[in-house]
Design a protein around this ligand. Sequence first.
Ligand code: NAG
Ligand code: NAG
Ligand code: NAG
Ligand code: NAG
Length: 537
Amino acid sequence: MARLSILSVLFFAAASLSAPNYGKNNNPPCRFAPLYSQDNVLEHPRDFAQDFLYWEGHFHQNNVGYNTANAMTYDGTLLDPTTGLATEKHPFSAASKELQHSTDNSGTITQSIHIMLLAHALDGDADAARFLAPNQPKKAAQQLAFQIMQTKLNTYLTFNATYPGFGGFLPWFLADKTMLTPTLDWVNRVPALDNGELIWAVYAAVQVLGESSQKEWKDLANGWQRWLDYTKKNAARVFYADAGKVCAVTTIKDQALPVGDARQSYKCEGSGTLNDPYEGELFMWWLYFFGGLSNANKQALLAVKRPQLVRKEYQMGNIGPITVQEGFWFSAHEQWKLLELPYLSIPLVQRLFLNAERVRTCNSAIQHIPGMFASVNNSTDSSGQIIGYISDAGIPSISNQTTFELDVVTPYSVFPVMLFDRGVAFAWWLDMAKGKKMQNPYGSTESTRVDGTAVSSFVSWDSKITTVVANLGGVAEFAASKMKRDGIYDEFIDVTQREYGMKFSQPLNGERQPLCLPTATVPDAGLVDYTQCSKGS
Ligand SMILES: *[C@@H]1O[C@H](CO)[C@@H](O)[C@H](O)[C@H]1NC(C)=O
Ligand SMILES: *[C@@H]1O[C@H](CO)[C@@H](O)[C@H](O)[C@H]1NC(C)=O
Ligand SMILES: *[C@@H]1O[C@H](CO)[C@@H](O)[C@H](O)[C@H]1NC(C)=O
Ligand SMILES: *[C@@H]1O[C@H](CO)[C@@H](O)[C@H](O)[C@H]1NC(C)=O
């Protein structure tokens, strides 16, 4: 009897060797998701993160996620539908619409993700190091991040010297040559939202660099600070129309002329204005604090946004009512501002955004959707090309928009959940990653159809590294420290508290609802895992 139980203990120990060994594996297998159960990640989220970071980090390599020559990000890379390896660049012709999806063009938004990540690496964060330089000496990731930030600054300054009409801001650009050029469809044009995301990421990185006692680091902090100051000087000239109106996209008379040249001019493109209460707010704050606007204009900035901040109640089946801020589509990317500025330091806002994640998780759980929705690239077709972009993914009943496409889920939909509960966020990430082809040699795959019939054989900063940055906690804390030094922190808190307080003065509903866990898995519809990232490869 006694022998038997010893045997069964031994047997149990042997069996558990093939199960995940909770982050202690220096080189976890590429296809690690199926090795974990939901309970595993709920119990060991920090350990699960080690495997997650290790493989997402494979995206951060030359010619895939970025260009080491200029330290600039590439937008993303198509994958071979069979092997999962990155395919050749330039899969598209130069027609402007198609250029949007070219693998060597890059958005300013991806710069913001990159810099948020680097800020944590500079700070000496072990998880950022696991992403950037796993299995290397402790200082390696910090040094790499420092070099990248140095090269990046040179690239920005060269771009500014060549195309001074941008005023220091960035358009969409081609990053494959050492010197950046605007993509064909962004010649003489510059977007506000993307630059708002970029600027506050740099702001956070400057905080980290500036805290160092090393001269080199201080010099680099000062170099970036000069770039930030230059964008402050030009923010209103380039993007502010009048009476609270901010151009969503500005048309530049001539990108080669300096901002102050007598022949230079700026005007809003069409009627598009930046007045959303989501991530577009980041640029608004730059103008508000540093744009040199009169108090009347600052108040106008807030006033034009106010109508878009709307209270909504979510209700479905026995879930709800849960009070949330109305979404545009309620896509996960709309919560981006939480990564960059200290919104969650305000108790009301923290409670409201936690409610949003109650809704996001429970909406999928109650409908047995194997994942969650966010704007994302559609599947790739039989020739390996992306079919289209699905902007209108989210939660209809609590959105401003009325038409939706709800047939594709994406791993990055978990990033806002990550800011509140790592375990639950990873449970959803795992649920999607377990789908066929949802892991590849660069970590997670862009998206999968909910019926399991197709995936997007593509990898991008947006669909992958947002989750990594959220896992690191975003950079709001770094930003907050610098905001205090710059004397703008209290005003940020007061104004945000006041604006949200106006619309959410009644008690919030639904705060007792726990976050929900997945209730369905992506069906096996016959897809085969990538050969370079399959069990046993
Ligand atoms: C989808 O593709 C576009 C264009 O290549 C890219 O900018 C974006 O990051 C991709 N992913 C998401 C989630 O938007
Ligand atoms: C950007 O270029 C302009 C025009 O050459 C120059 O005056 C300015 O100092 C540059 N900004 C930075 C941050 O170097
Ligand atoms: C996404 O792909 C599916 C399947 O081909 C198609 O039915 C749908 O119209 C596509 N949507 C977009 C926005 O590309
Ligand atoms: C969406 O927002 C706009 C701008 O605030 C508003 O005019 C419109 O009525 C909203 N639509 C819905 C369906 O809520």
